[in-house]
Design a protein around this ligand. Structure first.
Ligand SMILES: Nc1ncnc2c1ncn2[C@@H]1O[C@H](COP(=O)(O)OP(=O)(O)O)[C@@H](O)[C@H]1O
Ligand SMILES: [Mg+2]
Length: 279
């Protein structure tokens, strides 16, 4: 029988992300002081070779972006006013290569081609041109763009869906352990959105990362999530964590699945209650 040393056990049981009593007040000490989230506590276990997909719901202004940006280590959300934000057991000190972020608004560089946008992170890491372009072409293909016809285009020549494919490729090419997505498909039409959801699930199965995905769509949260976080308003608190068992129903039939429908309804009722509370 192999015995693990106490140290090894500790390392193995580490959480990939943990919030311990996290409160964020913006503009502390001024008349504009505003507490966005209060006493938020949760743990996301590190599941090697299989990250968890967390979807995040809550009324507008309840602090969803604040939570994501704290994990990313971005100012002024970082650092917390009190409590601690831990990634892999260590307090977040700032941005790092273990975390990648995809925003709703298309954040590619206008003056760079698709190829050079996707290769950007590798360029920052000092990877030589031939190697980073080869990797970038591989990722352009993986996110469903056409290497021949799309790699040389500039962002203004792309549709919204294509731009988000570029944003996803730009992030995943760096192999982050944690992917932070802030309403990434919020601006897309329903059909494109569904295509992007399927693409994301397919990529996520390969990249084995933990995902935090903020959305306004309850359907999207239930469809994508292993666990749905629901925040309440003013200041935001984590009210519910609802586990969603992986569905075996094929994608195009999910909307007719009774379990899926029941969960959407259950969460809709929770959300209606939260939305109706006074800010
Ligand atoms: N940099 C900031 N300075 C002051 N207040 C902020 C800042 N960022 C966000 N807030 C406020 O904190 C609250 C939560 O914001 P946010 O995290 O963006 O909410 P959500 O993403 O859930 O809509 C909002 O009331 C917002 O106005
Ligand atoms: Mg937001």
């Amino acid at each position: 029988m192999t015995r693990l040393s106490p140290l090894a056990t500790e390392v193995m049981s580490k959480n990939i992300v943990e919030f311990k009593g996290v409160t964020k007040t913006y503009n502390v000490g001024s008349r504009d002081a505003f507490t966005a989230i209060s006493d938020v506590t949760f743990e996301i276990e590190d599941l090697p070779g299989k990250g968890e997909f967390i979807t995040v719901l809550g009324p507008s202004g309840c602090g969803k972006s604040t939570v994501l940006r704290m994990i990313a280590g971005l100012d002024p959300q970082h650092p917390p006013t009190s409590g601690s934000v831990l990634v892999s057991g260590t307090p977040v000190m700032g941005p790092g290569p273990d975390r990648g972020m995809v925003f709703q608004d298309y954040t590619s560089f206008d003056n760079r081609t698709v190829l050079d946008n996707v290769a950007f992170g590798l360029e920052c890491r000092g990877i030589d041109r031939a190697t980073r372009h080869e990797k970038a072409r591989e990722w352009i293909q993986r996110v469903g763009l056409n290497v021949q016809s799309d790699a040389g285009k500039f962002p203004h020549e792309l549709s919204g869906g294509m731009r988000q494919r570029v944003a996803i490729a730009r992030t995943l090419i760096l192999h982050p352990r944690i992917i932070l997505m802030d309403e990434p498909f919020g601006a897309l039409d329903p059909h494109t959105r569904q295509q992007m959801q399927d693409l994301l699930i397919q990529l996520w199965n390969d990249v084995e990362a933990t995902v935090f995905f903020v959305t306004h769509s309850i359907e999207e949260a239930v469809y994508l999530g292993d666990r749905v976080f629901i925040f309440s308003r003013g200041p935001g608190r984590l009210q519910h964590q609802i586990p969603i068992p992986r569905s075996t129903v094929p994608t195009h039939e999910i909307h007719r699945d009774p379990d899926y429908q029941r969960r959407v309804l259950e969460i809709s009722e929770i959300m209606e209650q939260l939305e109706s509370q006074k800010p």
